[in-house]
Design a protein around this ligand. Structure first.
Ligand SMILES: Cc1cc2nc3c(=O)[nH]c(=O)nc-3n(C[C@H](O)[C@H](O)[C@H](O)COP(=O)(O)OP(=O)(O)OC[C@H]3O[C@@H](n4cnc5c(N)ncnc54)[C@H](O)[C@@H]3O)c2cc1C
Length: 423
């Protein structure tokens, strides 16, 4: 599998985005945003709503990065367990971030309603599925910590979990009714339409080559044009390229691949996820699955190693869902996740008026949308601070080695599992 998105289910089924042109000529706005994913588009939408002149400059097409490639689980909170969040930030800052991101699905589904974004929005909750003793223990811990913070989660035992998922392979599941699934590229394109409607300017196929200080702020240049602004937001996360490539050194890029079946038949649809929750499991080398609107099963796993992953996925999906006796994959695609060192998103003020928001560590639909909104409110003095740490991240030492460690680990896991099952 390559890093291209040409075989992406999301790209094949998303409604069209707005017709854009590359940036040409020279102009002035108050805020320039580099990157047209959830973070940049949400920031543009909210800034424009607040009457701020704003331009988004995207290197490729809208949603080219993680926003157009992800699983589409619109979850509450961050990747870490709530107590780990408190340990990382301290109880007060931990609680601020927890509360802001616990409410993220409400905000995302609210925007989808408000702007009538067609993105297969289903809000039937998500299931974090337990595998083995360690998986069950992890879910019990998460359940207790989330309950203590008032989350309406339920810990399902084996029989209920198996019925809801349609598989005997899981011993438990943590159900979160606040969450749901979306078609992620359709959401990104819908945010782009909404931002334009509110007055933002968007440009595609305009890689930013340089960002230089100038009188009253910054000059953001592409090979065909330039925008000057008082403030710049780098919203390029794992896909930081061209003139902002240096940002990528602050994260370990982890590849995650997905495959989608042909639409299932009615017997299979009645058994597998009959209530259409989105699922991810507790395994260290994680997998995820969900249905799309056409009744396809979308299955994902860590790694971008092509044939091994698709061979493994075929075998793993057959084990999980024996009712799928013959699996044919219609689509497969890969995305890059930006893992920060503490697995938390950060806003960095790189210099006066120059900000970068990144490091969602695999949970960016809600957090990216909320960060865009909060940045807009912060810039217009409607809030004193953000809900995420505003710290300068250092470059990750031995980043390439760490990336290889994860990739080789996922590869070995998938290959080993396959070999084991064939014995
Ligand atoms: C495979 C996968 C599965 C995931 N699953 C989930 C999930 O189920 N739920 C969830 O909440 N999150 C998930 N995530 C995480 C989520 O997708 C990301 O956190 C989120 O999309 C980040 O959004 P963003 O706008 O910050 O960055 P991105 O969407 O990555 O956008 C960055 C953009 O910047 C552009 N860019 C880069 N350099 C330049 C430049 N020099 N000039 C101009 N533009 C530039 C890129 O082209 C890109 O479009 C997943 C991620 C991946 C990859």
């Amino acid at each position: 599998m390559s890093d291209a998105v040409c075989d992406s289910l999301w790209r094949a089924t998303a409604p069209a985005g707005p017709e854009l042109t590359p940036l040409t000529g020279s102009q002035d706005v108050s805020v320039v945003i580099v990157g047209g994913g959830f973070t940049g588009l949400s920031a543009a939408l909210h800034l424009a709503r607040l009457g701020v002149s704003v331009a988004v400059v995207e290197a490729q097409e809208i949603g080219f990065g993680g926003s157009g490639r992800n699983v589409g689980l619109a979850n509450a909170g961050v990747w870490l367990e709530p107590d780990q969040l408190d340990q990382a930030l301290g109880p007060e800052a931990g609680r601020v971030m927890y509360d802001a991101l616990a409410a993220a699905p409400d905000y995302v589904y609210g925007l989808i309603d408000e702007y009538k974004i067609e993105c297969e929005a289903v809000r039937h909750g998500t299931l974090h599925a337990g595998v083995g003793k360690a998986g069950l223990a992890q879910l019990q811990r998460r359940y207790e910590q989330m309950k203590k913070r008032g989350a309406p989660v339920e810990l399902l035992g084996a029989s209920e979990a198996q019925l809801r998922i349609g598989s005997s392979k899981f011993n438990s599941a943590l159900f979160d009714p606040r969450a749901g699934t979306i078609q992620p590229l359709a959401y990104a394109r819908g945010l782009a339409h909404a931002a334009i409607k509110e007055g933002a300017k968007l440009y595609d196929y305009s890689p930013v080559d340089s960002i230089l200080p100038c009188e009253n702020g910054w000059q953001v240049k592409t090979n065909q044009g330039e925008v000057r602004a008082e403030k710049v937001i780098l919203a390029t996360n794992a896909y930081s390229e061209h003139g902002v490539r240096v940002q990528a050194r602050k994260f370990v890029p982890i590849f995650y691949s997905q495959l989608a079946t042909k639409p299932l038949n009615s017997e299979q649809l009645a058994k597998i996820l009959p209530n259409k929750e989105g699922v991810w499991d507790t395994c260290t080398v994680m997998s995820s699955f969900r249905m799309d609107k056409q009744g396809r099963l979308v299955f994902g796993g860590m790694g971008g190693e092509g044939r091994v992953l698709s061979n493994w996925a075929t075998q793993r999906v057959t084990e999980i869902f024996p009712v799928l006796n013959k699996i044919e994959w219609d689509y497969c695609w890969t995305g890059k996740i930006a893992y920060s060192e503490d697995h938390l998103p950060h806003c960095q003020q790189l210099q006066q008026g120059l900000y970068s928001v990144a490091g969602y560590s695999g949970r960016g639909i809600g957090p990216g949308t909320i960060m865009g909104k909060e940045l807009a409110e912060w810039f217009t003095d409607q809030r004193d601070s953000l809900s995420v740490p505003t710290t300068l991240l250092r470059n990750i030492p031995l980043r390439e080695l760490k990336r290889m460690f994860y990739e080789v680990g996922a590869h070995t896991y998938h290959y080993g599992q396959k070999a084991h099952a064939l014995e």
